[in-house]
Write a new protein. Structure first.
Length: 333
């Protein structure tokens, strides 16, 4: 049976499912392609929040309470910075800071983001591959009713308060998809591609904006499944629901499913959203229901197992649906 699994991920929500997958899959079988649109330079440091969330989760170092950064952090640096009158709007724990300093140092010596990510993940005992969507800089810019803002300015400094009008991904048109990401998506033994329960607009969209990435998903020889980030009309965390509303879409899991229309074969909704018949699914897409809230490691593993179990039936279905206008006539062609 095909063995490789690729997950497209942002930070918090994505990292939880990637960690669940890592409980079930061999390290070499799992590749996470991670959004870098949230990356920024702060205090002279290179910060990659989504990559770090995924790496910390895989290393068992994430803080499930806070949802970002490392567990068991100390905050000596922040307190000292505050006493000096330095900027404190972006919180950096001491252990987290060490990672940013080390990343910045290695990149100043010429290493790529992908190389540094690989080295740091290995040093923390991570066996899965964590790959940035690109080694080239892509920066998510949020166009709001208060003007254009950098992503972290909008997200952390302004706490997502300004109303969103649109988004743009600066540098995406010139960015080269990470070769390991493209290699994983075109692997002959690819079993499944999972679009994690991440924010569709600021975590998944930047990945798809990198030239070649969307096409690689479309031609992948395996089913593509997305997991809802919206449960019962609300985001578990973060601005996904607010963004859906401000972008003029319904605030529902089905609206996210429609957003991914043409890209995915199946969409996993939460059981609490099971009220409407599955026949309501966008064309060429199957709706599946599961318990999608990941409160702890067991939830992550259980959801990962449910998603993985869909790979084979979907691949079989796609072959038999050849003449019925499925998203991709034969994913195993
Ligand atoms: P960010 O880059 O740190 O914002 O992280 P992501 O985009 O990966 O994750 C944010 C999204 O994950 C939000 O839209 C949340 O609603 C969703 N999310 C977080 N935790 C869970 C969970 O346990 N289950 C599901 N289904 N979605 C979740």
């Amino acid at each position: 049976m095909n063995s490789r699994v690729v997950a497209l991920s942002g930070g918090v929500g994505g990292a939880k499912l990637v960690q669940g997958l890592s409980q079930l899959l061999d390290g070499a079988a799992l590749t996470a392609i991670v959004n870098t649109g949230d990356d920024f330079e702060h205090l002279g440091l290179r910060i990659s929040p989504d990559i770090d969330s995924v790496v910390y989760a895989l290393a068992g170092l994430d803080d499930p309470e806070r949802g970002w950064g490392r567990c068991g952090e100390s905050w000596t640096f922040m307190a000292a910075l505050k006493a000096l009158g330095g900027p404190t709007w972006f919180a950096l724990g001491d252990g987290d800071l060490a990672l940013h300093v080390e990343r910045t140092r290695r990149m100043a010596e010429g290493a790529t983001l992908g190389e540094v990510t690989q080295q740091l993940a290995r040093a923390l005992g991570v066996r899965a591959r964590v790959v940035p969507m690109s080694d080239d800089p892509v920066r998510t810019r949020v166009i709001t009713d208060e003007g254009e803002l950098g992503f972290q300015d909008y997200f952390v400094n302004r706490r997502c308060a300004p109303r969103i009008r649109s988004l743009r991904f600066e540098g995406a048109d010139r960015a080269r998809a990470h070769p390991e990401a493209l290699e994983a998506l075109s692997a002959p033994d690819l079993r499944l591609v999972i679009v994690c329960p991440s924010n569709p607009f600021v975590s998944i969209e930047p990945i798809l904006a990198v030239p070649g990435m969307r096409a690689a998903l479309e031609s992948a020889r395996a089913p593509v499944i997305a997991v809802t980030p919206i449960i019962g009309g609300r985001a578990v965390k973060g601005p996904a629901a607010k963004m859906l509303a401000e972008l003029g879409l319904a605030v529902s899991a089905r609206a996210v499913a429609r957003h991914y229309s043409g890209l995915i074969d199946a969409f996993v909704l939460d059981r609490i959203d099971e009220q409407e018949p599955a026949a309501d699914a966008p064309a060429g897409m199957r709706l599946v229901y599961a318990d999608t809230l990941m409160r702890d490691r067991d939830d992550r593993r259980r959801l990962a197992a449910e998603v993985l179990s869909l790979a084979e039936p979907l691949a079989t279905e796609a072959v038999s649906a050849h003449t019925h206008g499925a998203r991709r006539p034969d994913p195993r062609r």
